[in-house]
Design a protein. Sequence first.
Length: 220
Amino acid sequence: MSLLIPLYVHPAEDPGAWHRLITAADRTYAVVLNPANGPGTGPDPAFTAAAEALRSAGARLLGYVDAGYGTRSPAAIADDVTRHQEWYGTDGCFLDRATAGAAELSACKRLVQAVRRLGAAPVVLNPGVHPAPGYARVADLLVTFESHWSTYVAAFSRPEWTARHPPERFCHLVYGVPEALVPLAVRTARERGAGVCGPVTGEPPNPWAGLSPALNGTER
């Protein structure tokens, strides 16, 4: 099982978490960098150093970009991607709050194509739910669940179309997982057809302020 790691805490605020992440870089699918709900207005030296260390350790870096559920302009999104690349040397991008409806699929496809032309790879789409089936052919990785562990246990439903794609194309991001149940969350993601996951113990408003305990485990 591969782990997608969004770590939304400043390196100066929790240097220990970033150090542990660097030492476990080989266990990750990718690390999402999010200096300021995006790249910010200028390069942050602490994030620059963390990004360099992660790259040296073999991690793949994704720049966090807010897609605004289709409300942000493609030009603004492209600008964010470029700044991530220039300031932090990111490989790909994590398009958060992506659209999920069939009516928006064509626009999303054009957006991803534009991002790829900038050299971003992989491209991860995060609608946080199962979108219309065509989205699976657009992204390298599709986040089809982002919510609380209680919802994951009680209300998850997997559409039949997902079985037509390899598990490596899907990711489940689950927060609020009791630490003792993190291995179960990893196994559950695998059983539900996701080859990538990111279970964390954190709670809103920022459940991604801490590392996934799964980084300490042995499951892959």
